[in-house]
Design a protein around this ligand. Structure first.
Ligand code: ADP
Ligand code: ASP
Ligand code: MG
Length: 434
């Protein structure tokens, strides 16, 4: 008997009909002789709607209250799903994150899991029932309800799979797996059968929201095999694991099967991200210590910075510009903190730009192939797209463009690296892509 953790995203449970459809799938998994734990997201775009609602009350809602509000979305879907499964003659019980033993720190809005003690979930499956757990939420040591950040139900699922020693964690969504690019933007994107934790980490960190970054980090730490697949089809999806696995070559002589990780493909995909903005500190005196001071203040404002670019200073002025990118949401506090630094550092002004887009080409083996960046820049040139910032790592090249050029840029790069599928278009079954 296998223990399976299944996670259904918001688009898979968007309305009553979808909840009943998903319930059938869960009941079938249970009837096939498995122990089943289900993690569920809020229905459709409920989380965004709740955020909008809070925004109509006050521009800066207290974080504790916002967390209580947002967790209500998952309470609706978990209870309805339990009812739907029970209706099919399979016993099911729903639990909040707190009841399921998901213990977090006290950082509202992006709490981190500190412990997973799923006694009640274990008891429930041992009694032969399906346990439904509200995703994206936990409880702090002060007994306050917390949320794990957007996309956090993926993390709940992987953490429960690790805590329960599940055989697999299945992430059900509205596309057939992990593709070489977001199928909403690149219809010719190709589904990949397997991807390593490292590559998936880099894709998720670069904006491919099909799996939340923290969920991948967790899966890698506890070696949880994750199967990303569609709840709208029965197609096998993408397996995210530590290596490419044992590839069985039916023609290889005995004893010569490849058992070690294969040499990774050079490119695993193109990710994009519209959630960042750019701040430029203009006219910074080019002397030791200024960058340190600027980024101390940025860090103090709680901003998660990503790319940083500093120009050479203009020879006659001794002044330079420093630009960096950060999530939109971190911008107000960061701009306020930097404004407070103007007299001390003596920079000329601050510029804020939230109309940027970032794309990242991800793949192992990038470093040993210097032609990769030339090809990427050439493809953007041919598409007439201007590059505003560049950063590279061993397995990633990222560029910032105008936001309205981003989709074209992603498609141009996808084609330039021969990632386009030979067999038809990728299917997006549902969801708003929000
Ligand atoms: P869920 O509601 O199931 O959590 P999400 O909207 O969070 O679903 O994630 C699924 C979406 O991720 C897809 O509909 C797709 O638009 C997007 N996506 C972005 N990059 C990729 C990629 N490389 N492969 C597959 N999907 C991707
Ligand atoms: N409902 C939450 C969100 O929309 C968590 C999740 O779906 O993973 O971010
Ligand atoms: Mg998601």
């Amino acid at each position: 008997m296998a223990l399976v953790v299944q996670k259904y995203g918001g688009s898979s449970v968007a309305d009553a009909q979808s909840i009943k459809r998903v319930a059938k799938r869960i009941a079938a998994t249970k009837r096939a002789g498995n122990e089943v734990v289900v993690v569920v997201s809020a229905m459709g775009d409920t989380t965004d709607e709740l955020l909008d609602l809070a925004g109509q009350i006050t521009p800066l809602p207290p974080q504790r209250e916002l967390d209580i509000l947002l967790t209500s979305g998952e309470r609706i879907s978990m209870s309805l799903l339990a009812m739907a499964i029970t209706n099919l003659g399979v016993k099911a019980k729903s639990f909040t994150g707190q009841q399921a033993g998901l213990m977090t720190d006290a950082v509202h809005g992006r709490a981190r899991l500190v412990d997973v003690v799923p006694h009640r979930i274990r008891e429930t499956v041992e009694r032969g029932q399906v346990a439904i757990v509200a995703g994206f939420q936990g409880v702090s040591s002060t007994n306050d309800v917390t949320t794990l950040g957007r996309g956090g139900s993926d993390t709940t699922a992987v953490a429960l799979a690790a805590g329960l020693g599940a055989d697999v964690c299945e992430i059900y969504t509205d596309v057939d797996g992990v593709f070489t690019a977001d199928p909403r933007i690149v219809p010719g994107a190709r589904k990949v059968d397997r991807v390593t934790y490292e590559e998936m980490l880099e894709l998720a960190a670069s904006g491919a929201k099909v799996l939340a970054l923290r969920a991948v980090e967790y899966a890698r730490r506890y070696d949880v095999p994750v199967h990303v697949r569609s709840s709208f089809s029965s197609t096998t999806g993408t397996l995210v694991t530590g290596t490419y696995g044992d590839r069985i070559d039916p023609n290889a002589p005995d004893g010569e099967q490849e058992e070690t990780p294969m040499e990774a493909p050079i490119i695993s995909g193109v990710a994009h991200d519209r959630s960042e903005a750019k701040i430029t500190v203009v006219g910074v005196p080019d002397k030791p210590g200024t960058a340190a001071r600027i980024f101390e203040v940025v860090a103090g404002a709680g901003a998660n910075i990503d790319m940083i670019v500093q120009n050479v200073s203009a020879a006659h002025t001794g002044l330079t510009d420093i630009s960096f990118t950060l999530p939109h949401g971190d911008s107000p506090s960061t701009l306020a903190a930097l404004n407070g630094l103007q007299d001390e550092i003596g920079f000329a002004s601050l510029q804020y730009d939230d109309q940027i887009g970032k794309l990242s080409l991800v793949g192992a083996g990038m470093k040993s192939h210097p032609g990769v960046s030339a090809r990427l820049f050439g493809a953007l040139r041919d598409a007439g797209i201007n590059i505003e910032m560049i950063s590279t790592s061993e397995i990633r090249i990222s560029v910032v463009t105008r936001e309205d050029a981003l989709d074209d840029a992603v498609r141009a790069i996808h084609t330039a690296f021969d990632l386009d599928s030979a067999d038809g278009e990728a299917v997006v079954y549902a969801g708003s892509g929000r």
